[in-house]
Design a protein around this ligand. Structure first.
Ligand code: URA
Length: 292
């Protein structure tokens, strides 16, 4: 007996399946169980775009050696260092500056050996991130759960299955023009929200991943991702439907897939957000200079 994809999704409780309808004015329309974007009161319009870009691009020091990478990992967290004759140096700044010089192999090695915050004590595997390292799309979640911790890959549990379906719905696929990462690379105990200090120690890694990937658009999945990336404490509901900026890169906020699994009515709003993201991406891709 052959089992269809729809049967599998139904079995997993992940229906209705979202499908992109094309050929509608504006290019994209939501068709999850007959729900239309206008029903949510949010109209994905370019006039929502906010332009708070800080546009910072660090100029990078030379690539560090392996010994230096080990030294970075050994830098203890938080306490300022006093070096005679120099102003106090915050280790986080020194560490962040060094991490900003790493290329992919060193960055992965550095994350795998990281002991900068207490989360390392409870981890099975670090969860670096997965996907196309030159992707246009970057999806950022909160932090690994039990299954991600065991496998070392982000979003592989139930929430991950929903995320994969969300990607399929907008004609994307994990690993193809999409990168998936988290705010923290180690599982917080009992799946609690990562603390500010933990997210702060991990931030240079995500920051460097973003600098290497150079995504055209970041999608923050849930409040923890949005708050940590935007440095602004606000509800997801108030951050949706706008184009924010992360260091000059457009960023859109939507609900976390785990939240959507618990709050099915919000799925329609997440679909609206994805349509908005697709529309935004179309604009960004068409802004691209023509090849010479
Ligand atoms: N939730 C997240 O935020 N990230 C994961 O990788 C898995 C679940």
């Amino acid at each position: 007996m052959s089992v269809s994809r729809d049967d599998i999704l139904k079995e997993l409780g992940l229906t209705p399946v979202w499908r992109m309808r094309t050929g509608v004015a504006g290019g994209v329309s939501a068709s999850a169980s007959g729900i239309s974007p206008s029903a949510s009161g949010i109209s994905p319009s370019a006039s929502n775009a906010s332009t708070s870009a800080d546009g910072v691009k660090a100029s990078l020091p030379p690539e560090p050696t392996r010994a230096q990478v080990n030294e970075i990992n050994a830098v203890p967290a938080r306490e300022p260092i006093t070096v005679r004759g120099l102003p106090k140096i915050r280790p986080l700044d020194a560490r962040a500056t060094q991490i900003a010089t790493l290329e992919w192999p060193q960055l992965k090695e550095s994350v795998a050996g990281c002991v900068a915050c207490p989360l390392h004590r409870g981890r099975t595997k670090t969860v670096f991130g997965v996907g196309d390292e030159a992707a246009d799309w970057l999806f950022v979640g909160e932090g690994p759960g039990a299954e991600e911790d065991a496998k070392g890959e982000p979003f592989v549990g139930q929430a991950g299955k929903l995320l994969d379906n969300m990607l399929i719905a907008i004609k994307l696929q994990r690993g193809r023009n999409v990168y998936i990462a988290n705010i923290v690379k180690c599982r917080p105990p009992e799946n609690r929200i990562p603390e500010t200090g933990e997210a702060g120690q991990c931030e240079p890694y995500l920051h460097r991943q973003i600098a290497l990937i150079k995504p055209k658009l970041i999608v923050a999945l849930g409040k923890v991702a949005a708050v940590n990336l935007l440095k602004r404490d606000a509800a997801v509901a108030s951050m949706r439907g706008k184009v924010h900026q992360y260091q000059g890169i457009p960023l859109i906020v939507t609900y976390h897939p785990a939240y959507l699994l618990r709050s099915l009515p919000e799925k329609a709003k997440a679909w609206v957000d994805l349509c908005f993201a697709v529309e935004t991406m179309r604009g960004l891709q068409s802004d691209q200079p023509a090849p010479t």
